[in-house]
Ligand binder design. Structure first.
Ligand SMILES: Nc1ncnc2c1ncn2[C@@H]1O[C@H](COP(=O)(O)OP(=O)(O)OP(=O)(O)O)[C@@H](O)[C@H]1O
Ligand SMILES: Cc1ncc(CO)c(N)n1
Length: 277
């Protein structure tokens, strides 16, 4: 195995750098993992919202994937925005040929409310990418769509994480608590056990790309060989600091601070302790 861990993101773009591929690459870099990216859709967006979306042709996305896989083998991969069923099916085929830890962030709707996935694609996930995933990281609205019941509190989030693993076939699931009231508690279900990752809620409007950043850090840590709970713990510490040390840039819901954890004096390769609830 290469001494350098590398990771690949397959996702949409954000020219203002807070979400999508740009956020993923910044997160990989912060975790000292060599970052690579394959674009699915080019998105004209900023902190105020999504202006327009241009989907790349499926054969062209496939060519980008081949360019990576034929040259530098990543140790882990994540997917973010995958807008159409056709893209999803092709990516699932490629990931079946190239098996490695795989983090699926099932991006459906931007924080601004703009849809980033066609309605009919929401069900394609379940038959294609989801069963291939090492970890799925839905927020509450995405988890509700995957499991088809409402999630109002932590008990519902626990049930959803379990259904995503036991009925839908993911190896592990983290239902993120960003959209529930109170402390920000993420629920991981893995190997028939629950783990809870808790942080105080920061009162801020600058949470653009939190989900992308969180799942990218998990991917980076899996690329280094960390266990799923260790990787999620580091993802949680990273995003908590990134939200806390807000940059205050952008006219709308601004990005997070990808070097926030460094400001706490935490070395990049620190391992996660056990901070479960
Ligand atoms: N205000 C907040 N304070 C502290 N942690 C937060 C806050 N909002 C979200 N988080 C944490 O950020 C991470 C991402 O969760 P969130 O639910 O915001 O993802 P998301 O909706 O998929 O994000 P996005 O769609 O913007 O990429 C989780 O670990 C969650 O607990
Ligand atoms: C490309 C892209 N992926 C994900 C999100 C969700 O944060 C976004 N706004 N843009």
């Amino acid at each position: 195995m290469s001494p350098i861990a590398s990771a690949l993101t397959i996702a949409g773009t954000d020219p203002t750098g807070g979400a999508g591929i740009q956020a993923d690459l910044k997160s990989f870099q912060e975790r000292e993992v060599y970052g690579m990216s394959v674009a699915t859709s080019i998105v004209a967006q900023n902190t105020l919202g999504v202006e327009d979306v241009h989907h790349l042709p499926v054969p062209f996305i496939e060519k980008q994937l081949h360019a990576v896989f034929h040259d530098i083998a990543p140790q882990a991969v994540k997917t973010g925005m995958i807008a159409t069923s056709e893209m999803m099916e092709m990516i699932a085929m490629e990931l079946k040929k190239n098996r490695m830890p795989y983090v699926m962030d099932p991006v459906m709707v931007a924080k601004s409310g703009h849809s980033l996935m066609e309605e009919k694609t929401r069900k394609t996930i379940q038959g294609s990418l989801l069963p291939l995933s090492t970890v799925v990281t839905p927020n509450v609205p995405e988890a509700e769509i995957l499991v088809d019941f409402p999630i109002k509190d932590q008990e519902d989030a626990k049930k959803a994480a379990k259904v995503i693993v036991e009925d839908l076939g993911a190896q592990a699931a983290v239902v993120k608590g960003g959209h529930l009231p109170g402390e920000a508690i993420d629920v991981l279900y893995e190997k028939k056990e629950y783990h809870f990752f808790k942080s105080p809620r920061t009162e801020t409007k600058h949470t653009h790309g939190t989900g992308c950043t969180f799942s990218a850090v998990i991917t980076a840590e899996l690329a280094k060989g960390k266990s799923i709970p260790e990787a999620v713990k580091i993802g949680k510490d990273f995003i908590t600091a990134a939200i806390h040390y807000t940059l205050g840039v952008g006219r709308g819901n601004g990005p997070t601070n990808h070097w926030g954890l460094r400001l706490q004096g935490v070395p990049n390769n620190a391992t996660g302790g056990n901070d479960n609830e």
